[in-house]
Design a protein around this ligand. Structure first.
Ligand code: SF4
Ligand code: SF4
Length: 110
């Protein structure tokens, strides 16, 4: 569930507002979006993936953090880093781990 827009890093591009499928964010006059409808978040990570400033944190769970739970600094923008989106990063698809897939013969032509 979306937990944080880190204002200090946000560049006010509104990409998170545009990609969120459930309109969780509201635009503001300052340019820094606010989390207006947290309970509508479906934890899809799209906003975090698209944020060019690594300014968002989506917790990998479907309920909000408890009031006394702190967000570890190194978790902010981590999803985007892990999937390798962003300039100079290695695409996550190149380092993904999965089962060995059978190599089929290419289909015959003609
Ligand atoms: S995780 Fe998905 S649903 Fe939740 S705020 Fe981000 S884009 Fe919207
Ligand atoms: S995508 Fe990131 S940088 Fe752009 S407005 Fe949203 S939080 Fe700010």
């Amino acid at each position: 569930m979306i937990e944080l827009v880190r204002a200090a890093d946000c560049i006010a591009c509104d990409k998170c507002v545009d990609v969120c499928p459930t309109s969780v964010f509201d635009r503001t006059d300052s340019g820094i979006p606010v989390i207006a409808r947290q309970s509508d978040c479906q934890t899809c990570f799209m906003c975090e993936a698209y944020c060019p400033a690594d300014a968002l944190y989506v917790a990998p769970r479907v309920t909000p953090l408890a009031p006394d739970e702190e967000i570890p600094e190194d978790q902010v923008g981590r999803y985007r880093r892990e999937i390798g989106w962003g300039r100079g990063r290695r695409p996550g698809s190149l380092v993904a781990i999965g089962p060995e897939l059978p190599r089929a013969q290419p289909p015959r032509r003609g």
